[in-house]
Write a protein of this length. Structure first.
Ligand SMILES: Cc1cc2nc3c(=O)[nH]c(=O)nc-3n(C[C@H](O)[C@H](O)[C@H](O)COP(=O)(O)OP(=O)(O)OC[C@H]3O[C@@H](n4cnc5c(N)ncnc54)[C@H](O)[C@@H]3O)c2cc1C
Ligand SMILES: NC(=O)c1ccc[n+]([C@@H]2O[C@H](COP(=O)([O-])OP(=O)(O)OC[C@H]3O[C@@H](n4cnc5c(N)ncnc54)[C@H](O)[C@@H]3O)[C@@H](O)[C@H]2O)c1
Length: 457
């Protein structure tokens, strides 16, 4: 330091500093602040992170819009009314207003909890030492909640493609789109965009869709997508994306097949934001998933540094991030907390009808050497069959997985409208280690999908 430079002021000290104001960081900050801790939350973009701004919330609103349009098309086919025209800009304006309202509510909640919010990019050069906005901060409890970003594969022409973040900025929907990736994001956007009138081809290098979901459910989901007009290409790795002379895009598959489209969406996974944090990144242990290795109390390999949400090696879903954020605050500043039980995380792929599951899948249990029996069936959606004989809303399905030795139910997959809500109560039932009687004794409501699940069967 030269003699003329003023000495650096001491860093400002906080009980906890959390980097990232998405689902996990916000949950931690709000609870820690409410427990009386002096908390600094540093966020470089909008409050709410991926889920609110570029993920679950805008996606679910698009899914609802798509569902309404599917119903409208069915109604027209049944002679009820002309299908209404889609005014997409009107929808995006309403969506933006809704998201803005959520962000404002987070701002208010942070200030109610006494949390200091700094809008800047954080840099962490040593445990407990954070720089942001030209200022220095110190803490004994640093929480990394920096989330993840869409993965860009090293593929020739990848720069021509869009990623999920871009979809929410589109002012108009593409006439024709190729979606690469058969996971949550690929399948959800394939279903939604097809429902909204786009011509969709979905390609994946795997031999099935929705890896991690029950295999039978995923197969029916693929059929439902095809019934809705999506061309599904399994086992189709990509070779390159290129710009065609007419300005459109060309997707060349390994097989030699070429697909042309107005847009290409890459949905091939997400990369945790842990590589650009500063020098500390190099000392933190990384798990095989590419996220930070953490203990079951979210401690990283460096003392005093914690990680949660998509940045941590947990399950990259919002309820896991929020549950873990709250539990970590309760653990550090309260009387202990309940971290997410990764064996009982309910999840849903928002296709039509949605595919929901909780607990262990039949395949995962068998792979782990557990002998299981599956109780499963398909059921036609009664309501859609009333409108059109084919029932455009697709086949419904359920599967319950029972451990043979104990007779206990250990997993469930449901595919039906409402399954995304029913799966929470199914998780409640699984948490009490139910046996077959739990399914056999109750009687369901007729005529519903739920009645198929229960009874002596
Ligand atoms: C299209 C899509 C749909 C999804 N749908 C669902 C769904 O239906 N249900 C579900 O459960 N999950 C869904 N998810 C997953 C869910 O969004 C994530 O699991 C969740 O948002 C993770 O929360 P997080 O707090 O870990 O990270 P994020 O919400 O991503 O927040 C991280 C924040 O950290 C900030 N940040 C990063 N680095 C820095 C830095 N150096 N300094 C300051 N700030 C920084 C970022 O700006 C960001 O705001 C979806 C994801 C996508 C992409
Ligand atoms: N409803 C929800 O809860 C929801 C919705 C969206 C995202 N998410 C979260 O976001 C995460 C990321 O979602 P995602 O769909 O990007 O990832 P994913 O891991 O679910 O799926 C990625 C897919 O891309 C395929 N793929 C990878 N490289 C490819 C290539 N070169 N060519 C063709 N296919 C290729 C994979 O085989 C896989 O099918 C999910 O794991 C989930 O945790 C959740």
């Amino acid at each position: 330091m030269s003699e003329s430079e003023p000495p650096m002021p001491d860093p400002e000290k906080f009980d906890a500093i959390v980097v990232g104001g998405g689902s996990g960081g916000l949950a931690f900050a709000k609870r820690a602040g409410a427990l009386g801790a002096r908390v600094l939350l540093i966020e470089r973009a909008e409050l709410g992170g991926t889920c609110v701004n570029r993920g679950c919330v805008p996606k679910k609103l698009m899914w609802e819009l798509g569902r309404h349009r599917r119903q409208a098309v069915e109604m027209e086919a049944a002679g009820l009314a002309p299908a209404p025209q889609l005014d997409y800009p009107a929808f995006t304006a309403r969506r933006a207003a809704r998201i803005d309202g959520i962000r404002q509510s987070y701002d208010a909640a942070l200030s109610d909890a006494g949390v200091t919010l700094l809008r800047a990019t954080a840099r962490i050069d040593a445990p407990g030492e954070v720089q942001a906005d030209g200022r220095r901060f110190a803490t004994d409890r640093l929480v990394i909640a920096t989330g993840a970003r869409p993965t860009l594969p090293p593929l020739p022409g990848a720069e021509h493609a869009s990623v999920s973040d871009d979809v929410f900025a589109w002012e108009a929907l593409p006439r024709r789109i190729v979606i690469v990736g058969g996971g949550y994001i690929g399948c959800e956007f394939a279903a939604i965009l097809a429902a909204l009138g786009s011509e969709v081809t979905l390609v994946t290098d795997e031999d099935r869709l929705l890896v991690g979901f029950d295999e039978d459910a995923a197969q029916i989901a693929a059929q439902n997508l095809e019934t809705a007009g999506v061309s599904v290409r399994l086992g189709a790795p990509l070779e390159r994306i290129s710009r065609a002379v007419d300005g459109g895009l060309r997707v060349s598959l390994d097989s030699g097949l070429v697909e042309e489209a107005e847009r290409v969406l890459l949905a091939v996974g997400r990369t945790p934001n842990i590589d650009d944090l500063g020098a500390l990144s190099e000392s933190l242990e990384v798990a095989d998933s590419g996220a930070l290795a953490v203990s079951d109390r979210l401690e990283t390999s460096v003392a005093g540094v914690y990680a949660l949400g998509d940045a941590a090696d947990r399950i990259p879903l919002t309820p896991v991030a929020t549950r873990d954020g709250t539990a970590l605050a309760d653990t550090l500043f309260g009387e202990g907390g309940d971290f997410a039980d990764l064996g009982l995380v309910a999840t849903t792929a928002f296709v039509y009808p949605p595919v929901a599951q909780v607990g262990r899948t039949e395949a995962a249990a068998r792979e782990a050497g557990t002998e299981v029996e599956a109780i499963s069936d398909t059921a036609r959606d009664l309501s859609s069959g009333v409108l059109t004989p084919e029932g455009r809303d697709g086949t419904q399905f359920y599967k319950l997985v029972r451990e043979t030795a104990s007779g206990r139910l250990i997993g469930a997959a449901l595919m039906a409208y409402g399954a995304e809500d029913m799966i929470a109560t199914t998780g409640m039932a699984l948490a009490s280690a139910p046996d077959r009687a739990c399914v056999a004794r109750p009687t369901g409501v007729h005529p519903t999908f739920g009645e198929e699940l229960v009874g002596p069967g």
